[in-house]
Design a protein around this ligand. Structure first.
Ligand code: M6R
Length: 618
């Protein structure tokens, strides 16, 4: 939540900051602002409520003097509503210092009271916790005129999660940042340097990046980068090359990032598999950092995540238990963190996160480590925090996901967790090599099958167009179709603002069937009739039960399944696939449906109301 960018370099700060904010806007879009030190040493700021475009229009109408040093912020409101006053930057040292903040300062009320006691004339211009930090850093700066020391002194007193960037008009060419439990990465340029909430902030300018650890402070000038801990001691840093290219985070010719990212679902899976299937076996050397013998010695796996990532975790449970025969629990990260889970050194906690920054998941990972568990991260974002806090990481290679609704990251996560499940099965000898090779063959076929499903976009768009007045949609699935029902419902709520619920089809008769009335649309994910279980028959019976009560059936069924035809109003076809691979295909029509329905209602599918891409507060 909140996007942050800092820059020192040429006299083009305004353009660099706005470019960075444009790429970071998915992190929050309640308001935006920038602060720039111009060549005459003046500090100019501009901030506006609303989307970034409001700020850009304002700057076009009334330009700010450009300069070589600047900071920029796009906000997801926590303390104080989304108005001009609460937008960042906030000022300290009587307007000479500007500060931006991502996170929550939990003890801000105490700090504010103390500040007012010491300086009763202090005027607060906003309701934010961030302004208190700006004023405190300003007071510290007045004592020493050392911006890094001032920030270090203040962050030592803050509780909660934060990334802070500050600049001072008397220190042109310097931006100082600090972080705790909130993201910040450094971009290394030639005669210019950058800070950003993630690499998207500076990817247009450089692919060289550097991680900043927990409780560290960074000072950038055009020619130097200095990182210390909060006590001012130098720390070791790690440089890395950003693999994404700038065009990957551009909309290109697509109507929305969500449309583009759905179209990238096949390539997201293909790229996640590349190099990881070798001679019919799984190649995941990344798991080695878990330690020798760890996979062999596990007695339990806990999969954690939030939202869409939690649904990919549910599929992971089915795969790991079926193939590797280890008991698996799936938990929402925030539930895991705040109860007393029983874990031991023989438990592996696997976190799944596209952003690698979700605070609930990060805190759960840290907690799991404190309890003695080993931790693995399945993550899509290089340089993010959760992988750094984990014993091992398997990256998904979905490329940057910008739309708030997660789509391509989901299929990439499932592909990665299936690879992991098969690797564990290999190590523990629960599947024969030939069975593993055959399952890997099926996984390898998924990208082409996804491309086949995408060809049905037009008919799904037509269906969505007919349903713009719909007020409620139900999604049903059994077994591996159940997480897909949940995912379909989440996507529809999130982007189309339609009340929707996903249920396990077997649960219908235990209550939800009371919701069925004539005309109620129900999506049903129909299992394959070829599977050696009786699930298909059971789901067809469920369809008949709700159809008898007037439901309008929208079935997602495999090619050639004729049993659904007499009962379905609409059938969306997916290619033949076995039970655990079918969900990867069935989810695509639901992603398309949510997007097309939201678009038909004239909604902004990339930036749905009240949401932000990365949930970096608990
Ligand atoms: O970055 P993460 O994968 O950790 O994010 C988890 C959820 O916040 C995320 O999946 C969210 O539910 C999406 N907006 C769903 O489309």
């Amino acid at each position: 939540m909140c996007g942050i960018v800092g820059y020192v370099g040429t006299d083009q700060s305004v353009e660099v900051l706005l470019g960075g904010l444009r790429r970071l806007e998915y992190r929050g879009y309640d308001s935006a602002g920038i602060a720039v030190i111009d060549p005459l040493g003046r500090l100019g700021t501009r901030k506006r409520a609303g989307k970034l475009q409001v700020l850009i229009d304002d700057l076009e109408a009334n330009p700010l003097a450009n300069g070589a040093t600047g900071i920029g912020h796009t906000r997801w409101a926590t303390h104080g509503g989304p108005n001009d006053e609460n937008a960042h930057p906030h000022l300290g040292d009587e307007g000479r210092l500007a500060l931006i903040h991502n996170g929550i300062i939990e003890n801000f009320a105490e700090l504010k009271a103390e500040l007012l006691l010491r300086h009763p004339a202090t005027v607060f211009t906003s309701e934010t916790d961030s302004e208190v930090a700006a004023l405190l850093v300003g007071l510290e700066y007045q004592k020493t005129h050392d911006l890094s020391l001032a920030l270090r002194t203040v962050v030592g007193r803050l509780n909660g999660a934060f990334t802070l960037l500050v600049l001072h008009k008397d220190q042109p060419g310097v931006v100082v940042g600090a972080r705790r439990n909130s993201p910040l990465v450094i971009g290394l340029g030639d005669g210019e340097n950058f800070l950003g909430s993630d690499v998207a902030a500076f990817i247009e300018h450089t692919h060289r990046a550097m991680e900043i650890g927990q409780d560290q402070v960074v000072t950038i000038t055009p020619d130097s980068v200095t990182v210390t801990d909060f006590a001012g001691r130098p720390v070791e840093t790690r440089e890395f090359q950003v693999e994404w290219d700038a065009s990957a985070s551009e909309k290109g010719g697509w109507s929305s990032f969500m449309a583009k990212e759905i179209s990238e679902e096949p390539v997201a899976v293909a790229n996640t598999l590349i190099g990881r299937i070798v001679d019919g076996a799984v190649h995941l050397p990344e798991l080695d950092t878990l330690g020798a013998g760890v996979l062999e010695g596990l007695d339990r796996i806990v999969l954690i995540g939030c939202g869409t990532a939690a649904y990919s975790a549910m599929l992971g449970k089915y795969a790991i238990e079926k193939w590797a025969k280890i008991p698996v629990d799936v938990e929402l990260s925030h539930e895991f963190r705040y109860r007393d889970p029983v874990v031991s050194e023989r438990t592996l906690v696997v976190s799944i996160s596209q952003s690698g920054e979700t605070m609930d998941t990060l805190m759960a990972v840290k907690y799991a480590r404190e309890l003695g568990a080993r931790t693995l991260s399945i993550c899509n974002t290089q340089g993010s925090t959760i992988p750094r806090e984990s014993d091992a990481v398997v990256y998904t290679h979905a490329g940057p996901e910008v739309a708030v609704a997660s789509t391509k990251a989901f299929v990439a996560q499932v592909a990665a967790i299936y690879l992991f499940a098969l690797r564990v099965a290999e190590v523990r000898g629960t599947l024969a090599a030939s069975e593993i090779a055959s399952l890997l063959g099926e996984l390898g076929a998924v990208p082409d099958q996804l491309a086949w499903v995408l060809e049905q976009q037009d008919s799904i768009k037509q269906l969505a167009g007919w349903m713009t007045d719909t007020r409620s949609v139900i999604f049903l699935g059994r077994h591996a179709g159940y997480p897909i029902a949940l995912e379909g419902a989440l996507k529809l709520k999130e982007v189309a603002y339609i009340h929707s619920e996903g249920f396990a089809a077997g649960e219908l008769k235990h209550g939800p069937i009371a919701l069925i009335e004539p005309g109620q649309p129900v999506f049903v994910i129909v299992p394959s009739p070829r599977a050696k279980d009786s699930l298909h028959k059971k789901v067809v019976s469920n369809i008949q039960e709700i159809r008898a009560r007037g439901a309008r059936i929208l079935a997602i069924a495999e090619e050639g399944d004729v049993a659904v035809l007499p009962y379905a109003d609409t059938v969306i076809r997916i290619p033949l696939a076995s039970t655990l691979f079918e969900p990867l295909l069935a989810v695509v029509p639901l992603h398309i449906f949510a997007m097309e329905l939201a678009s038909a209602k004239g909604l902004d599918v990339d930036q749905p109301r009240n949401l932000a891409k990365s949930v970096t507060v608990e």
